[in-house]
Design a protein around this ligand. Structure first.
Ligand SMILES: [Zn+2]
Length: 317
């Protein structure tokens, strides 16, 4: 009887502390807010499909475990490349695969290169006035850009597993936004054209990576000084209970981070809007209002995955 009870209890409790992505809500929020940075010539179209863009912001995470190679699009483990990864790693994909085995790159994550590939694809979709692809790729690139602004997506110690801080990934990018995002200033201003999208993707990674030390150090210190009994709590979500970092613990950590989560979220929103705008401009500013009456077909099947060939072909410059 006792064992049965324990099993039921374990089934009921879902450990959200193990989540490994900006929380779904944060991804949705970032895509949604990015729509409001767009100029009028894009805004009507994007606002019309606000629901789609918001809901599908989480698609890349949903297919992480379904599509071979997808996981590599969400992170880059920079430490693998030594103490000065940004001096060593070519920003251009074709140069990178001259320098490193493709398997090595894929194994350590290809997030910044993938953002640039997606930029090419979205530009092509605008050029072709392919509404299905415009929407799908807009939602997808929003996701990857948001991931690039999360410090723990740029490190091998992505979930604190190397420093006995297991669960910190979900704390930073799911729990904190869940508790505090409504307090963030999301007035971002207008999207602006990105002269060098490849560099912009790497700049975001660099900025996020610079924050990794603080993310880990501050939580480590807090964990050592905080009453362990109050570190976690249980919250009811639907019919299940989930174990979460307590509100008290999360609040102190959030304060110690001194606006870092908000800054990264704002950077994500701005960058998503900037990339959508840039793709549209590079495609010759097609009239999106023409597309408003077009019926959306069923979700097209995923193309067969061949990341290397696609990268080389589409990022040829
Ligand atoms: Zn992701």
């Amino acid at each position: 009887m006792k064992i049965k009870f324990i099993w039921m209890y374990l089934l009921l409790v879902s450990f959200s502390v193990n989540a490994l992505a900006w929380g779904f809500e944060a991804h949705r929020y970032i895509n949604r807010c990015a729509v409001f940075t767009l100029p009028p010539s894009m805004f009507t179209f994007y606002k019309y499909y606000l629901g789609y863009l918001t809901e599908n912001a989480v698609n890349p995470d949903k297919k992480r475990y379904l599509i071979e190679g997808e996981a590599a699009h969400h992170y880059i483990d920079l430490e693998y490349y030594g103490d000065n990864p940004f001096n060593k790693l070519p920003q251009n994909w074709n140069q990178a695969i001259q320098q490193y085995a493709a398997d090595t790159l894929l194994e350590n994550g290809i997030l910044p290169w993938h953002i640039y590939l997606m930029k090419h694809r979205l530009t092509a979709a605008f050029r072709n006035k392919d509404i299905q692809q415009i929407l799908k790729l807009s939602a997808d690139i929003g996701h990857y850009i948001a991931d690039a602004n999360v410090p723990l997506h740029t490190t091998q110690n992505y979930n604190g597993q190397l420093t006995n801080q297991h669960g910190i990934h979900g704390l930073w990018e799911t729990r904190l936004p869940e508790l505090f995002k409504e307090t963030y200033n999301i007035f971002i201003g207008q999207a602006t054209y990105v002269e060098d999208p490849q560099k912009a993707a790497w700049d975001a990674i660099m900025q996020a990576h610079a924050a990794v030390k603080d993310v880990l150090r501050l939580e480590k210190n807090l964990s050592q000084s905080f009453n362990k009994l109050n570190k976690f709590s249980f919250e009811k979500k639907g019919k299940s209970l989930r174990k979460v970092y307590s509100e008290a613990y999360a609040t102190v950590y959030h304060e110690l981070l001194a606006g870092q989560v908000e800054r990264q979220m704002r950077a994500s929103i701005k960058m998503v809007g900037d990339f959508w705008l840039t793709c549209w401009i590079d495609a010759g500013e097609p009239d999106l209002n023409e597309l408003l009456g077009v019926n959306l077909a069923e979700e097209s099947k995923e193309e067969p995955f061949n990341q290397l060939q696609l990268q080389v072909r589409e990022c040829g410059d």
